[in-house]
Ligand binder design. Structure first.
Ligand code: AHM
Ligand code: MG
Length: 338
Protein backbone atom coordinates (compact mmCIF):
# COMPACT_ATOMS: atom_id res chain seq x y z
CA UNK A 1 0.00 0.00 0.00
CA UNK A 2 1.43 3.40 -0.94
CA UNK A 3 2.24 5.03 2.40
CA UNK A 4 0.46 8.24 1.47
CA UNK A 5 -3.03 6.68 1.45
CA UNK A 6 -5.41 7.50 4.28
CA UNK A 7 -6.18 4.27 6.13
CA UNK A 8 -9.70 3.36 7.25
CA UNK A 9 -8.70 3.90 10.91
CA UNK A 10 -7.29 7.36 10.15
CA UNK A 11 -10.39 8.22 8.13
CA UNK A 12 -12.69 7.20 11.00
CA UNK A 13 -10.64 9.21 13.52
CA UNK A 14 -10.82 12.27 11.27
CA UNK A 15 -14.60 11.87 10.92
CA UNK A 16 -14.90 11.44 14.68
CA UNK A 17 -12.97 14.69 15.33
CA UNK A 18 -14.96 16.54 12.69
CA UNK A 19 -18.27 15.53 14.32
CA UNK A 20 -16.99 15.89 17.89
CA UNK A 21 -18.02 12.26 18.35
CA UNK A 22 -17.25 10.04 21.31
CA UNK A 23 -15.56 7.31 19.28
CA UNK A 24 -18.52 4.94 19.44
CA UNK A 25 -19.04 4.92 15.68
CA UNK A 26 -15.33 4.21 15.18
CA UNK A 27 -15.64 1.12 17.41
CA UNK A 28 -18.77 -0.04 15.57
CA UNK A 29 -17.09 0.29 12.17
CA UNK A 30 -13.83 -1.24 13.38
CA UNK A 31 -15.79 -4.40 14.20
CA UNK A 32 -17.22 -4.39 10.68
CA UNK A 33 -13.81 -3.94 9.06
CA UNK A 34 -12.34 -6.85 11.05
CA UNK A 35 -15.29 -9.05 10.09
CA UNK A 36 -14.92 -8.18 6.41
CA UNK A 37 -11.20 -8.97 6.43
CA UNK A 38 -11.92 -12.38 7.95
CA UNK A 39 -14.69 -13.18 5.47
CA UNK A 40 -12.51 -11.92 2.62
CA UNK A 41 -9.84 -14.44 3.67
CA UNK A 42 -12.34 -17.32 3.75
CA UNK A 43 -13.85 -16.35 0.37
CA UNK A 44 -10.46 -15.87 -1.28
CA UNK A 45 -9.09 -19.21 -0.07
CA UNK A 46 -12.32 -20.90 -1.19
CA UNK A 47 -11.77 -24.55 -2.02
CA UNK A 48 -8.31 -24.53 -0.37
CA UNK A 49 -10.02 -24.25 3.01
CA UNK A 50 -12.88 -26.56 2.01
CA UNK A 51 -15.25 -23.60 1.99
CA UNK A 52 -17.22 -24.32 -1.20
CA UNK A 53 -20.47 -26.26 -1.46
CA UNK A 54 -23.63 -26.61 0.59
CA UNK A 55 -24.51 -27.19 4.23
CA UNK A 56 -27.37 -29.55 5.07
CA UNK A 57 -29.26 -26.69 6.72
CA UNK A 58 -31.89 -24.24 5.43
CA UNK A 59 -32.24 -20.65 6.62
CA UNK A 60 -35.41 -18.89 7.81
CA UNK A 61 -36.36 -18.15 4.17
CA UNK A 62 -36.31 -21.86 3.35
CA UNK A 63 -33.16 -21.42 1.23
CA UNK A 64 -30.44 -24.08 1.42
CA UNK A 65 -27.37 -22.54 3.03
CA UNK A 66 -23.91 -22.58 1.51
CA UNK A 67 -20.95 -23.34 3.76
CA UNK A 68 -19.72 -19.78 3.33
CA UNK A 69 -23.15 -18.32 4.26
CA UNK A 70 -22.96 -20.15 7.57
CA UNK A 71 -19.28 -19.39 8.18
CA UNK A 72 -19.72 -15.68 7.38
CA UNK A 73 -22.65 -15.48 9.77
CA UNK A 74 -20.55 -17.14 12.49
CA UNK A 75 -17.73 -14.62 11.92
CA UNK A 76 -20.14 -11.68 12.26
CA UNK A 77 -21.62 -13.13 15.44
CA UNK A 78 -18.30 -14.06 16.98
CA UNK A 79 -16.65 -10.64 16.53
CA UNK A 80 -19.71 -8.64 17.52
CA UNK A 81 -20.43 -10.82 20.56
CA UNK A 82 -16.83 -10.55 21.79
CA UNK A 83 -16.52 -6.77 21.33
CA UNK A 84 -19.92 -5.97 22.89
CA UNK A 85 -20.08 -2.74 20.88
CA UNK A 86 -23.64 -3.52 19.73
CA UNK A 87 -26.72 -4.05 21.88
CA UNK A 88 -28.28 -6.61 19.53
CA UNK A 89 -28.08 -7.95 16.01
CA UNK A 90 -30.26 -9.37 13.25
CA UNK A 91 -29.08 -11.40 10.28
CA UNK A 92 -30.48 -12.83 7.05
CA UNK A 93 -29.37 -16.20 8.38
CA UNK A 94 -31.07 -15.96 11.81
CA UNK A 95 -34.78 -16.19 12.44
CA UNK A 96 -34.79 -13.96 15.51
CA UNK A 97 -32.99 -11.00 17.00
CA UNK A 98 -29.87 -11.88 18.99
CA UNK A 99 -29.19 -9.76 22.11
CA UNK A 100 -25.53 -9.02 22.92
CA UNK A 101 -25.14 -6.20 25.40
CA UNK A 102 -28.30 -4.45 26.44
CA UNK A 103 -26.75 -2.52 29.33
CA UNK A 104 -24.08 -0.40 27.61
CA UNK A 105 -24.47 -0.17 23.84
CA UNK A 106 -27.09 1.96 22.10
CA UNK A 107 -26.63 0.45 18.63
CA UNK A 108 -28.21 -2.32 16.59
CA UNK A 109 -26.53 -4.19 13.75
CA UNK A 110 -28.38 -5.77 10.82
CA UNK A 111 -26.52 -7.70 8.15
CA UNK A 112 -26.54 -10.09 5.24
CA UNK A 113 -23.29 -11.95 5.94
CA UNK A 114 -22.78 -13.11 2.35
CA UNK A 115 -24.96 -11.69 -0.38
CA UNK A 116 -25.08 -13.13 -3.88
CA UNK A 117 -24.09 -16.53 -2.57
CA UNK A 118 -25.11 -18.33 -5.79
CA UNK A 119 -21.81 -16.87 -7.04
CA UNK A 120 -19.59 -18.51 -4.42
CA UNK A 121 -18.84 -21.79 -6.14
CA UNK A 122 -18.16 -20.15 -9.51
CA UNK A 123 -15.67 -17.63 -8.10
CA UNK A 124 -17.72 -14.55 -8.96
CA UNK A 125 -18.13 -11.47 -6.79
CA UNK A 126 -20.04 -11.75 -3.51
CA UNK A 127 -20.28 -9.35 -0.59
CA UNK A 128 -21.42 -8.56 2.95
CA UNK A 129 -24.02 -5.86 3.62
CA UNK A 130 -24.57 -4.08 6.95
CA UNK A 131 -26.85 -1.46 8.47
CA UNK A 132 -26.45 0.27 11.86
CA UNK A 133 -29.40 1.73 13.75
CA UNK A 134 -29.57 3.58 17.06
CA UNK A 135 -31.60 1.91 19.79
CA UNK A 136 -34.59 4.22 20.31
CA UNK A 137 -34.89 5.79 23.78
CA UNK A 138 -36.74 3.70 26.35
CA UNK A 139 -36.84 0.73 23.98
CA UNK A 140 -35.61 -2.71 24.92
CA UNK A 141 -33.15 -4.01 22.32
CA UNK A 142 -34.61 -7.48 22.52
CA UNK A 143 -37.93 -6.26 21.11
CA UNK A 144 -38.73 -6.26 17.43
CA UNK A 145 -39.98 -2.68 17.63
CA UNK A 146 -36.41 -1.53 18.36
CA UNK A 147 -35.36 -2.83 14.93
CA UNK A 148 -38.39 -1.88 12.84
CA UNK A 149 -37.19 1.62 11.96
CA UNK A 150 -37.30 3.26 8.53
CA UNK A 151 -34.05 3.25 6.57
CA UNK A 152 -33.75 7.01 6.94
CA UNK A 153 -32.82 6.36 10.61
CA UNK A 154 -29.65 4.46 9.69
CA UNK A 155 -26.57 5.81 11.45
CA UNK A 156 -24.22 4.06 9.04
CA UNK A 157 -24.41 1.45 6.32
CA UNK A 158 -22.13 -0.21 3.86
CA UNK A 159 -20.94 -3.28 2.10
CA UNK A 160 -17.78 -5.24 1.50
CA UNK A 161 -17.28 -6.63 -1.98
CA UNK A 162 -15.07 -9.69 -2.37
CA UNK A 163 -14.22 -9.29 -6.02
CA UNK A 164 -10.99 -8.97 -7.96
CA UNK A 165 -10.00 -6.91 -4.92
CA UNK A 166 -11.75 -6.62 -1.56
CA UNK A 167 -13.32 -3.24 -0.91
CA UNK A 168 -15.29 -1.74 1.96
CA UNK A 169 -17.71 0.98 0.87
CA UNK A 170 -19.51 2.90 3.59
CA UNK A 171 -21.53 5.92 4.55
CA UNK A 172 -22.19 7.58 7.88
CA UNK A 173 -24.61 10.02 6.25
CA UNK A 174 -21.86 12.29 4.96
CA UNK A 175 -21.16 10.92 1.47
CA UNK A 176 -19.81 7.56 0.38
CA UNK A 177 -16.20 6.43 0.59
CA UNK A 178 -14.53 3.27 -0.71
CA UNK A 179 -11.50 1.56 0.82
CA UNK A 180 -9.44 -1.21 -0.80
CA UNK A 181 -7.90 -3.96 1.30
CA UNK A 182 -4.18 -4.56 1.04
CA UNK A 183 -4.28 -8.30 1.71
CA UNK A 184 -0.58 -8.44 2.64
CA UNK A 185 -0.71 -6.01 5.53
CA UNK A 186 -4.42 -6.28 6.34
CA UNK A 187 -5.17 -2.56 6.06
CA UNK A 188 -7.96 -0.81 4.17
CA UNK A 189 -6.76 2.31 2.30
CA UNK A 190 -9.00 5.08 0.97
CA UNK A 191 -8.99 4.55 -2.80
CA UNK A 192 -12.45 5.86 -3.79
CA UNK A 193 -13.19 9.10 -1.90
CA UNK A 194 -16.59 10.76 -2.24
CA UNK A 195 -18.14 8.24 -4.67
CA UNK A 196 -20.86 9.77 -6.86
CA UNK A 197 -23.50 8.24 -9.13
CA UNK A 198 -24.07 10.33 -12.24
CA UNK A 199 -27.69 11.32 -12.81
CA UNK A 200 -27.93 9.84 -16.30
CA UNK A 201 -27.12 6.31 -17.35
CA UNK A 202 -27.51 3.88 -20.21
CA UNK A 203 -26.91 0.59 -18.43
CA UNK A 204 -29.54 -1.48 -16.64
CA UNK A 205 -29.45 -4.67 -14.59
CA UNK A 206 -32.47 -6.93 -14.23
CA UNK A 207 -33.01 -10.69 -14.25
CA UNK A 208 -34.59 -10.88 -17.72
CA UNK A 209 -35.57 -14.53 -17.25
CA UNK A 210 -38.47 -13.15 -15.17
CA UNK A 211 -39.74 -10.85 -17.95
CA UNK A 212 -43.00 -12.77 -18.35
CA UNK A 213 -43.84 -11.88 -14.72
CA UNK A 214 -42.96 -8.16 -14.95
CA UNK A 215 -45.55 -5.48 -14.18
CA UNK A 216 -46.36 -3.13 -17.12
CA UNK A 217 -44.22 -0.15 -15.90
CA UNK A 218 -41.10 -2.36 -15.81
CA UNK A 219 -41.97 -3.90 -19.20
CA UNK A 220 -42.42 -0.42 -20.66
CA UNK A 221 -39.04 0.80 -19.35
CA UNK A 222 -37.13 -2.26 -20.58
CA UNK A 223 -38.90 -2.34 -23.97
CA UNK A 224 -38.01 1.31 -24.52
CA UNK A 225 -34.41 0.72 -23.44
CA UNK A 226 -34.09 -2.26 -25.78
CA UNK A 227 -35.39 -0.27 -28.74
CA UNK A 228 -32.27 1.86 -28.33
CA UNK A 229 -31.44 4.91 -30.39
CA UNK A 230 -34.51 4.45 -32.63
CA UNK A 231 -36.91 4.16 -29.68
CA UNK A 232 -38.51 6.81 -27.45
CA UNK A 233 -35.39 7.07 -25.24
CA UNK A 234 -33.23 7.93 -28.29
CA UNK A 235 -30.17 6.18 -26.88
CA UNK A 236 -28.66 2.71 -26.84
CA UNK A 237 -28.53 0.81 -23.55
CA UNK A 238 -26.21 -1.87 -22.23
CA UNK A 239 -27.29 -4.70 -19.89
CA UNK A 240 -25.58 -6.52 -16.99
CA UNK A 241 -26.73 -9.16 -14.48
CA UNK A 242 -24.27 -10.49 -11.91
CA UNK A 243 -26.90 -12.01 -9.55
CA UNK A 244 -25.07 -10.30 -6.68
CA UNK A 245 -26.63 -7.03 -5.54
CA UNK A 246 -23.37 -5.93 -3.95
CA UNK A 247 -21.58 -6.27 -7.29
CA UNK A 248 -24.43 -4.48 -9.13
CA UNK A 249 -24.49 -1.55 -6.69
CA UNK A 250 -20.71 -1.33 -6.77
CA UNK A 251 -20.75 -1.13 -10.56
CA UNK A 252 -23.38 1.62 -10.39
CA UNK A 253 -21.26 3.58 -7.89
CA UNK A 254 -18.27 3.25 -10.23
CA UNK A 255 -19.89 3.99 -13.60
CA UNK A 256 -23.61 4.78 -13.04
CA UNK A 257 -26.61 2.67 -14.12
CA UNK A 258 -29.78 1.20 -12.70
CA UNK A 259 -30.49 -2.04 -10.81
CA UNK A 260 -33.94 -3.57 -10.49
CA UNK A 261 -35.38 -6.50 -8.59
CA UNK A 262 -39.02 -5.41 -8.79
CA UNK A 263 -42.14 -6.94 -7.40
CA UNK A 264 -43.59 -9.12 -10.17
CA UNK A 265 -46.60 -11.37 -10.55
CA UNK A 266 -44.61 -14.36 -9.28
CA UNK A 267 -42.86 -12.91 -6.21
CA UNK A 268 -45.67 -10.55 -5.16
CA UNK A 269 -46.94 -13.04 -2.57
CA UNK A 270 -43.64 -12.64 -0.72
CA UNK A 271 -43.55 -8.86 -1.31
CA UNK A 272 -40.56 -9.13 -3.68
CA UNK A 273 -37.23 -10.94 -3.55
CA UNK A 274 -34.74 -8.80 -1.64
CA UNK A 275 -34.97 -8.15 2.07
CA UNK A 276 -35.71 -4.60 3.17
CA UNK A 277 -33.87 -4.29 6.45
CA UNK A 278 -30.44 -5.77 5.80
CA UNK A 279 -30.15 -5.75 1.99
CA UNK A 280 -32.21 -2.94 0.48
CA UNK A 281 -32.13 -0.23 3.18
CA UNK A 282 -28.34 -0.12 3.51
CA UNK A 283 -27.96 -0.07 -0.29
CA UNK A 284 -30.62 2.64 -0.60
CA UNK A 285 -28.78 4.77 1.98
CA UNK A 286 -25.48 4.40 0.11
CA UNK A 287 -27.07 5.10 -3.27
CA UNK A 288 -28.82 8.25 -2.02
CA UNK A 289 -25.67 9.45 -0.27
CA UNK A 290 -23.88 9.14 -3.63
CA UNK A 291 -26.54 11.23 -5.39
CA UNK A 292 -28.74 8.39 -6.67
CA UNK A 293 -32.24 7.30 -5.78
CA UNK A 294 -33.89 4.08 -4.51
CA UNK A 295 -37.62 3.33 -4.80
CA UNK A 296 -39.98 0.38 -4.75
CA UNK A 297 -41.66 1.70 -7.90
CA UNK A 298 -44.20 3.80 -6.04
CA UNK A 299 -42.37 4.90 -2.88
CA UNK A 300 -38.96 6.03 -1.66
CA UNK A 301 -37.40 3.03 0.10
CA UNK A 302 -35.77 4.94 2.97
CA UNK A 303 -39.17 6.27 4.09
CA UNK A 304 -40.80 2.84 4.48
CA UNK A 305 -41.71 1.71 7.97
CA UNK A 306 -40.73 -1.99 8.09
CA UNK A 307 -43.46 -4.45 9.04
CA UNK A 308 -41.23 -7.38 9.95
CA UNK A 309 -37.56 -8.22 10.33
CA UNK A 310 -37.31 -10.32 7.18
CA UNK A 311 -39.74 -8.30 5.06
CA UNK A 312 -39.13 -8.48 1.30
CA UNK A 313 -39.57 -5.55 -1.02
CA UNK A 314 -39.32 -4.57 -4.69
CA UNK A 315 -36.29 -2.40 -5.49
CA UNK A 316 -35.24 -0.02 -8.24
CA UNK A 317 -32.08 1.95 -7.54
CA UNK A 318 -29.27 3.86 -9.17
CA UNK A 319 -28.89 6.92 -11.41
CA UNK A 320 -31.47 9.50 -10.36
CA UNK A 321 -32.91 10.44 -13.74
CA UNK A 322 -33.46 6.82 -14.75
CA UNK A 323 -35.08 5.92 -11.41
CA UNK A 324 -37.34 8.96 -11.74
CA UNK A 325 -38.49 7.75 -15.18
CA UNK A 326 -39.48 4.44 -13.59
CA UNK A 327 -41.27 6.29 -10.78
CA UNK A 328 -43.24 8.25 -13.40
CA UNK A 329 -44.12 5.07 -15.33
CA UNK A 330 -45.45 3.49 -12.12
CA UNK A 331 -47.49 6.59 -11.26
CA UNK A 332 -48.93 6.82 -14.78
CA UNK A 333 -49.88 3.15 -14.71
CA UNK A 334 -51.43 3.53 -11.27
CA UNK A 335 -53.50 6.57 -12.41
CA UNK A 336 -54.78 4.70 -15.45
CA UNK A 337 -55.81 1.60 -13.52
CA UNK A 338 -57.04 2.91 -10.13
P1 AHM B 1 -28.96 -14.04 -1.39
O1 AHM B 1 -28.94 -13.09 -0.20
O2 AHM B 1 -29.60 -15.35 -1.03
O3 AHM B 1 -27.63 -14.17 -2.02
O4 AHM B 1 -30.00 -13.41 -2.46
C1 AHM B 1 -29.87 -12.09 -2.88
C2 AHM B 1 -29.36 -12.03 -4.29
C3 AHM B 1 -28.97 -10.65 -4.73
O5 AHM B 1 -27.64 -10.37 -4.43
C4 AHM B 1 -29.19 -10.71 -6.21
O6 AHM B 1 -29.50 -9.46 -6.76
C5 AHM B 1 -30.35 -11.65 -6.35
O7 AHM B 1 -30.40 -12.42 -5.17
C6 AHM B 1 -30.18 -12.57 -7.52
O8 AHM B 1 -31.37 -13.24 -7.73
P2 AHM B 1 -31.58 -14.25 -8.97
O9 AHM B 1 -31.10 -15.56 -8.48
O10 AHM B 1 -33.05 -14.22 -9.21
O11 AHM B 1 -30.80 -13.76 -10.14
MG1 MG C 1 -28.67 -11.49 0.41
Amino acid sequence: MPYRRVTLSQFMMEEQHRCGGSGVLTSLLTDISVICKMISHEVNCGALLGNLGMEETKNIHGEKQKKLDVLSNKIFMHIVTKSKNYAALASEELENIHVINDSVSQYLLLFDPLDGSSNIDINNAVGSIFSILRLPNDTNCSTLVAFLQPGINQVAAGYAIYGSSTMLVLTTGNGVNGFTLDQNIGIFGLTHPNMQISKDANEFAINASRSRFWEPPIKRYIDEALSGIDGPRSKDFNMRWVASMVAEVHRILCRSGIFMYPVDTKNIYHGGKLRLMYEVNPMAFIVEQAGGLAITGYERILDLKPKSLHQRIGVILGSKNEVEILYRYHKEYDRMHN
